[in-house]
Design a protein around this ligand. Structure first.
Ligand code: APR
Length: 247
């Protein structure tokens, strides 16, 4: 161990030529953005995050779903990238790093990284639920409210929907193709802060390994893919990544 970092991981990080990181909600947890498995607090206590992120929830009551997403957008706006985001951005300046994220926040970008693929869309790219026209920037909520009517599309009047990909919806093919390419061509994949249960993202570490990469999970808790990786490091993104990636 060097400063708590397993030596094998330090060697892998230093020698990687084509590293890829796959991040999930745990990446932003230390920035104060709750993960999808965390119990919600306050106004949203009685709602399950995974149920709100669904076409069913939208079809039942779009005002609840819109209020929840606009509140999350406000929360992310006020959050700052954590030491893990910053360590990845610095690593990206020294290596040919590609970041694939399931997160709909912009904390990688605000830390200075270029994200190769946002698999699940973005909180900040709402679009018309009828004609698909991008809505342009919409001011997020600073205080939670239980209902907020989605604004009308400037083109067709349809309700504007969040720019996130919901459970049961197909992923945008562009980012998905990039993610598959990253998995097939990397030599090291760090899988950070994802529960590894939502597909197809959860299949990327397996594809990377089958394609010859070494796969490392960085997560304080066991996940759905822990058994399928080469190394597991039980630490958090904000503690582990600066220790691993800062020379
Ligand atoms: N550092 C690293 N990992 C952490 C941290 C941390 N500080 N805190 C929590 N974790 C881990 C948890 O142990 C868990 O494995 O982050 C993971 C969070 O899991 P999820 O909330 O399921 O997030 P994610 O895997 O990104 O979810 C996938 O599901 O709800 C959908 O579309 C949504 O993108 C999301 C997808």
């Amino acid at each position: 161990m060097t400063g708590g970092v397993p030596e094998v991981l330090r060697t892998l990080a230093r020698s990687a030529r084509r590293p890829v990181v796959l991040t999930g909600a745990g990446m932003s947890a230390e920035s104060g953005v709750p993960t999808f498995r965390d119990a919600q607090t306050g106004l949203w206590e009685r709602f399950d995050a995974a149920s709100l992120a669904s076409p069913d929830a939208w079809n039942t009551d779009p005002a609840v779903v819109w209020a929840w997403y606009q509140w999350r957008a406000g929360l992310v706006r006020r959050a700052q990238p954590n030491a893990g985001h910053r360590a990845l951005a610095e690593w990206g300046e020294r290596t040919d790093l590609r970041i694939v994220t399931q997160n709909v926040d912009d904390l990688h970008e605000r830390a200075g990284s270029v994200v190769a693929a946002h698999l699940h869309g973005s909180l900040f790219e709402p679009r018309c639920s009828v004609c698909g026209t991008p809505a342009g920037p919409i001011e997020p909520l600073t205080e939670p409210v239980e209902r907020l009517d989605p604004p009308p599309c400037a083109r067709c009047g349809g309700p504007i929907r969040p720019g996130a990909v919901w459970f049961g919806e197909p992923m945008p093919t562009g980012p998905l193709d990039v993610a598959f390419d990253c998995a097939r061509t990397c030599d090291l994949m760090l899988v950070i802060g994802t529960s590894g249960v939502v597909h197809p993202a959860a299949g990327l570490p397996v594809l990377a390994r089958e394609s010859g990469a070494t796969v490392v999970e960085i997560n304080p808790d066991p996940t759905g893919i822990s058994h399928a990786v080469d190394h597991v490091w039980r630490t958090t993104a904000g503690i582990g990544l600066p220790a691993l990636l800062t020379d």
